[in-house]
Structure formats: structure tokens, C-alpha cells
Design a protein around this ligand. Structure first.
Ligand code: PLP
Length: 464
């Protein structure tokens, strides 16, 4: 107990110049709380036999805790995983045009639901309605928080207490608890599965039609692919069957690019324009997958159906804010100039980056990475890699890429996990992937203008 008397009091610590400097940065409330917590923790460890720390080391601990507390949780990282649209890392990075629009909208009052010409009330969907119609061939559009919300709202509006016919091969689960059957149930719709996992025919759909059928639905398989003895009903045939009965044919497209990816040597991915041309009455897709914009769910299609959806009170609960609309509008505008899209749309730029360019980046960054890891029993070298698009787009296709491989010397694979953790511990965490006994840093998503900062960040590398 005598020992505790030697610990400085809360007041003495708070009046120490080093601590008042912390108060200037972090505020009195936070620092006082940390002083109390550190003193309590110290008493606890002294009680269990740890020697009494000196005042300087107590203050150092308070400073470190204050810094940790002030570090934002939503931190930028380097995505060197090789997955471009990485859901856990925030999917599509926004282009500068969208960032600028977002900042302006954040800082200022803006005409979100205000018609500047008449001075009357406006509709927030009008901000992107015309652009979406122009880019998809649809009659009308509306925007909600994400594509899961779009699908939910569509089903809840048009199929509550009714039946929705879907092919068995399309009853997918997307990571993070989006499962088609569960969404249907929550939306109040009854799922009617038809066909088999690998083959579904038009007669499977026509035989399942009842007076309670609300719609025929097609869901993009997104994150899986089946091959071999397969058959799916072409969209135009499904649309024709639905329309014969006066029912809508709807498509959940998932990723939904608005441009022809083949133009840039990427595999074909269906577009909302193609669905609508084939007769789809409604199409839903994400804003932050291949489209390359902010998180959002876009619904496009026939005017009267979109109007019904917008009247659902749940639309109010699922709507997007001005920041999303500002970024989305800016991104959609880029699509008006397809010739320069791959230079301006960050996600597309990353997806279309030539392998040789990525390899050149790997050559420039090999020396700083080697230097950071010099003391460790590993070999560091440039390797050919294959990136993936991510977010359930084109799950089978891989993009030729390049990067840096870190391999343990001998059989000490534990060192890779320590390095991987140390890279995550950098001021700006570096996220790679461990694959086939190597820690791989795929450089596709590191822009040339970020390389100097990336190398400087490595200077903080410390691996025990
Ligand atoms: C990704 C995806 C969704 C969910 O979209 P979010 O924007 O992540 O909510 C729904 N359906 C399909 C087919 C998808 O690929």
C-alpha cells in the first residue's frame, strides 16, 4: 500500500507540462479519463508484483492511449489483396469528380428536394433520373441505400402476399447475409422455385404460373458459375411469358456495369440496357460494384412500376442522402464520355490497368519492400499474379497482374503471418493476401501517384 503513495496523483499528472500539451490536443475530458484509467491499471499491476513505473513512463502510456483513441476507426488502407471491388475494404474507390461533388454537397445547402426553377418542392430522385434513363434506356429510375434494399423494396411493393417465380439455379447467397429466399420472406413474398440447379426451361415457368403470381424474376448468379450441362431461359422468352399474363419480368443484376466492358478487353458483363432491351420491366443493381460509384441501389424500368415503388413508405426508410446522390450524379456523368471513361473512373482504371504497367510499379517498389524486410528470414521477389474483379462480378475470370511475393526461407511459415500483421500495423495499413505459402502484394490497385507515400509508410515497418 505504501508503494501506491509513491504514484503521482491525478492532479499532479494533469499539471505536468507533457500532460497539459496532451490536453491542448485531445481536450481535458479525454485526458483526465485516460489519466484515471492508466493510474488504476498501474495500481492493479503493481498489486500483482510489477515494479512501480516512473512518472515519465506513465505519461508516455497516457500519450500513447490518447493517440490510439484519436485514430479514426474508418482508416484508409492500401488494398493489395488483388481483389479490386473488395466489399470489406469499401468496394469502388470514387473518382476525383465524385469526391469534389461530395465535398461541395457536404459543405453547402443544396437543391436536394427543391426545384430551383419553380421554387417549389422537388424529388431527390430527379438528380439522377434522367442520367440513369439515358444510360439504361429505362423510362424512370429511383435510388435506395444499396442493391439489397432495392430488391427488398421491389418485392415488398409488387409481390407482398403473392408468388415470385425464380429458377433454382439463381437462389443465391451473397456474402454478408443476403440470401434470396430470406429477402423474399422478409419482403412478404412467396418464393416459387422452378427447374433444377443446372437446367431450367420455359415450361417450368409457365407451369408454375397461378392467379397469385406477382412476377417472374431473374437473379444474376454473381459470385458463382456453373458449367457443363446447363440451360437457362433467355430473358426475352421470360419477358414474353410474363407479358402474356400481364405480369412484370424483373431482373436483379447485382453488379450492373453501364458500359460494354469488352471494349477494354474485359469479359462481358450484362448491362441494364441489355435487360431492358430484352423486355425486363425492372432492373436493380449496385452503385459501388462495377459501376464504380458510391454505395447505392439503383432501380430502373417502367414508369408506372417505379412510381408504385416510390409510393411505398419503406422507400422513405431506404432512401439515400445528399452525399450519395452528389457522388452518384458525378459518376454517372462520366459515362457520357465512354472514350475517356477508363482514365477517369477509378474502378475501371484499376480493372483495365495493363499488366506491364503493374509490373513496372512492382520493380520500383521492390527495393523499399526489400529494405523494410531486410532483417527477416524471407525472400522477396517480383511475381506474376492474377487479380479478381470482386463483389460477385465475373467470379471465374482473372486479370493478369503483377506484384511482390514474400516467401519464408526454409519452412518457417510463421514469419509470414507476423509480417502480414506488421503490414496491417503500419500508419496506413497494407492489406495483402497469403496464398500458397507466400504473402502476396498485388500492386494493381496502388496508383502511380501513391507510390512515394507507400514507400514512406513502409519506413514505420516493425516486425518482431
Ligand atoms: C451484390 C448483389 C446484391 C446486393 O447488393 P448490395 O449493393 O451489396 O446490397 C444483390 N443481388 C445480387 C445479384 C448481387 O450481386
Amino acid at each position: 500500500m505504501n508503494l501506491f503513495a509513491q504514484l503521482p496523483s491525478v492532479d499532479r499528472l494533469l499539471s505536468d507540462p507533457a500532460v497539459t500539451a496532451l490536453i491542448d490536443i485531445h481536450g481535458r475530458v479525454v485526458v483526465t479519463q485516460l489519466v484515471r484509467t492508466v493510474l488504476a491499471g498501474t495500481r492493479e499491476s503493481v498489486r500483482s508484483g510489477t515494479p512501480l513505473p516512473d512518472t515519465a513512463s506513465l505519461i508516455a502510456r497516457i500519450g500513447a492511449d490518447a493517440t490510439a483513441l484519436a485514430t479514426p476507426r474508418l482508416r484508409p488502407v492500401y488494398n493489395l489483396t488483388g481483389t479490386v471491388l473488395h466489399t470489406n475494404l469499401g468496394r469502388a474507390p470514387l473518382p476525383e469528380e465524385a469526391v469534389a461533388a461530395l465535398i461541395t454537397a457536404a459543405r453547402n445547402p443544396c437543391a436536394l428536394e427543391y426545384d430551383i426553377e419553380s421554387g417549389g418542392r422537388g424529388d431527390r430522385d430527379d438528380i439522377v433520373n434522367d442520367l440513369l434513363c439515358e444510360l439504361t434506356g429505362a423510362e424512370a429510375a429511383t435510388v435506395v441505400n444499396n442493391n439489397a434494399a432495392a430488391v427488398f423494396l421491389l418485392l415488398n411493393t409488387l409481390a407482398q402476399r403473392k408468388e415470385v417465380i425464380v429458377s433454382r439455379g439463381e437462389l443465391i447467397e451473397i456474402g454478408g447475409a443476403f440470401r434470396v429466399p430470406d429477402i423474399m420472406k422478409r419482403a412478404g413474398a412467396k418464393l416459387v422455385e422452378v427447374g433444377t440447379t443446372n437446367r431450367t426451361h420455359l415450361k417450368d415457368f409457365s407451369e408454375a404460373l397461378t392467379p397469385r403470381t406477382a412476377m417472374l424474376m431473374k437473379i444474376h448468379a454473381s459470385n458463382y458459375a456453373i458449367q457443363g450441362f446447363i440451360h437457362a431461359v433467355p430473358e426475352n422468352e421470360l419477358a414474353a411469358l410474363a407479358h402474356e399474363r400481364g405480369l412484370p419480368f424483373v431482373v436483379d443484376l447485382g453488379s450492373g456495369t453501364l458500359t460494354d466492358l469488352e471494349r477494354w478487353g474485359l469479359p462481358h458483363e450484362p448491362t441494364p440496357r441489355e435487360n431492358i432491351a430484352a423486355g425486363a420491366d425492372l432492373v436493380t443493381f449496385s452503385g459501388d460494384k462495377l459501376l464504380g460509384g458510391p454505395q447505392a441501389g439503383l432501380l430502373v424500368g417502367r414508369k408506372e412500376l417505379i412510381a408504385k415503388i416510390k409510393k411505398n413508405p419503406l422507400k422513405r426508410a431506404l432512401r439515400v442522402g445528399k452525399l450519395t446522390l452528389a457522388a452518384l450524379e458525378a459518376v454517372l456523368r462520366l459515362y457520357r464520355d465512354p472514350d475517356r471513361l477508363h482514365e477517369r473512373l477509378t474502378a475501371l482504371h484499376q480493372l483495365t490497368r495493363p499488366e506491364a504497367q503493374i509490373r513496372a510499379a512492382a520493380e520500383r517498389l521492390l527495393p523499399p519492400v526489400q529494405l523494410a524486410l531486410a532483417a527477416l528470414p524471407v525472400n522477396v521477389e517480383i511475381v506474376a499474379l492474377r487479380s479478381q474483379i470482386g463483389s460477385g462480378s465475373l467470379p471465374v475470370d482473372r486479370l493478369p497482374s503483377a506484384g511482390i511475393a514474400i516467401r519464408p526461407q526454409g519452412r518457417k511459415s510463421g514469419v509470414l503471418h507476423r509480417i502480414e500483421a506488421a503490414l496491417r500495423g503500419l500508419p496506413r495499413p497494407v492489406i495483402g493476401r497469403i496464398d500458397e505459402g507466400a504473402l502476396l502484394l498485388d500492386l494493381r490497385c496502388l496508383a502511380a501517384h501513391e507510390e512515394a507515400e507507400f514507400a514512406a509508410n513502409l519506413a514505420g515497418f516493425a516486425c518482431s
